[in-house]
Design a protein around this ligand. Structure first.
Ligand code: SF4
Length: 274
């Protein structure tokens, strides 16, 4: 048994409270991300990552999860660029926040700046040669997310991954815990990047792990060795405790369920504690 076989077994596991397997869910993400990239090639900024960015602005990159959910619900069916009109933006924010406090005002300013920059990018994108659009878009959107939307590193990596750039890995506490417990971090961190609290060191270890161990595995026609952003999603759904949709296996969670885990013969923590 190696990690590729273990991850394959995780892909075939079913969610306890939702219909379907991890593979089915990751396939649907991969299809959506690929559609988003196609949209960029066609010269159009994809809508879903923009929605996600606005919900990150409103929820402080997901720290206020309930506000993020409310924001995404309020954005459903809206023409996002309509939020450049003050009346539309006020009506959206009035439905997300209960009062006109500091968070309301800051979100209003950031959303206006973000969408103004995005409108410019949308116009530029169509004028670029088709074979240069993906690369130029990646560089521009990252800057806009940082300087106009003021979204932090993990949020930016999440949005870029969802735009179809599958080398971006939004590391959070679930991936960090998994990488440390399994010993993957110990094996794939380099001597110069060995701090398990450093975002880049964790992401680089994950990327090396994917490249070295998951070359044989594919999701939606994409090799996982080339798509650590999808590996990140598999680990997240494997380890996360609870979401509003119950789309988690909750195995390598806060209290690990090693007896049910397909990786138990490979995992450092399980070896030391069985
Ligand atoms: S064996 Fe236990 S600690 Fe290791 S990955 Fe599985 S659940 Fe996590």
């Amino acid at each position: 048994m190696d990690f590729a076989e273990g991850i394959e077994k995780i892909l075939d596991m079913s969610f306890p409270k939702e219909k379907g397997t991890v593979r089915g869910l990751i396939n649907s993400y991969a299809r959506e991300f690929s559609e988003n990239k196609k949209s960029i090639i066609e010269g159009k900024v994809p809508a879903w990552p923009v929605r996600l960015a606005i919900s990150f602005i409103c929820s402080r990159s997901g720290r206020w999860a309930a506000l993020g959910i409310k924001a995404r619900e309020q954005l459903e069916g809206r023409n996002l660029m309509d939020l450049l009109k003050e009346r539309e933006l006020n009506s959206f924010l009035d439905n997300v926040y209960t009062r006109h406090g500091r968070a309301y005002k800051e979100s209003k300013e950031k959303i206006s700046q973000f969408l103004t920059a995005l409108e410019g990018l949308n116009n530029e994108l169509k004028g670029w040669p088709k074979n240069e659009r993906v690369k130029r878009f990646e560089q521009k959107i990252e800057k806009i997310l940082e300087t106009q939307a003021h979204i932090g590193r993990k949020g930016r990596d999440n949005i870029l991954r969802d735009c179809g750039f599958l080398n971006y890995i939004p590391i959070d506490v679930h991936e960090q815990r998994f990488l440390l417990r399994t010993g993957i971090f110990h094996k794939y961190a380099s001597l110069t990047e060995s701090d398990p609290t450093d975002y880049d060191h964790l992401a680089n270890a994950m990327s090396r792990f994917s490249k070295n161990e998951l070359n044989e595995l594919e999701v939606n026609g994409t090799r996982l060795s080339e798509a650590p952003g999808l590996v990140d999603l598999i680990i997240w759904h494997f380890s996360q405790e609870k979401t509003e949709k119950e789309i988690s296996l909750t195995i390598c969670a806060k209290d690990p369920k090693c007896e049910k885990c397909p990786l138990k013969n490979l995992c450092l923590f399980a070896k030391l504690h069985s």
